[in-house]
Design a protein around this ligand. Structure first.
Ligand code: FEO
Length: 171
């Protein structure tokens, strides 16, 4: 058995964030399903892609935990919110989730800085930059849905969503 090279408090934070990323994947799948049920295929596809990216984020953390001699602790995932009154409520939910995720990433980073754990700090640098992009597309999505005041403009937004929010922005 290899002894873990991760300080205990940093490992706790990495595990917490790993599960937050998995919860986000679960939540985006629910948002995708709601959009698909409303025939908003553009939003459904966009959120399905986000779900996949959140799993990749979880995988990045899981990889470091394993590489440093610890076993990742996967927690039970709570059921995501699945009922929404409007598309605006959906994108606002995504926006709040991304803001919470940024706080989670910052908490890992602050713990890693205090513990002088450089590998976790470097890993979190990637996530800190990623969260700037994640919050940017979420803010733009809320703004654009708010501006789409008639059914026609909403359908137009749905049709061109991927191009508007951009693959890179959604990365
Ligand atoms: Fe893993 Fe949407 O950030």
């Amino acid at each position: 058995m290899i002894k873990s090279k991760i300080p205990t408090n940093v490992l706790t934070e990495l595990n917490r964030q790993l599960n937050q990323e998995l919860s986000a994947a679960h939540a985006y799948l629910a948002l995708s399903a709601w959009c698909a049920s409303q025939n908003l295929k553009g939003f459904a596809g966009f959120f399905a892609k986000q779900a996949g990216e959140e799993r990749e984020h979880a995988q990045k953390i899981l990889r470091q935990v394993l590489d440093r001699g610890a076993v990742p602790e996967l927690a039970a995932l709570a059921a995501p919110r699945q009922s929404f009154d409007s598309l605006l409520a959906v994108v606002e939910h995504a926006q709040v989730m991304e803001q919470a995720n940024t706080q989670g990433i910052h908490a890992v980073y602050e713990t890693a800085v205090t513990a002088r754990d450089y590998p976790a700090q470097v890993l979190m640098h990637w996530f800190i930059a990623e969260q700037v992009e994640e919050e940017a597309w979420a803010d733009e999505a809320v703004d654009r849905v708010q501006s789409a005041t008639c059914a026609g403009s909403l359908l137009d937004l749905d049709r061109h969503l991927e191009k508007i929010l951009g693959t890179d922005k959604a990365g």
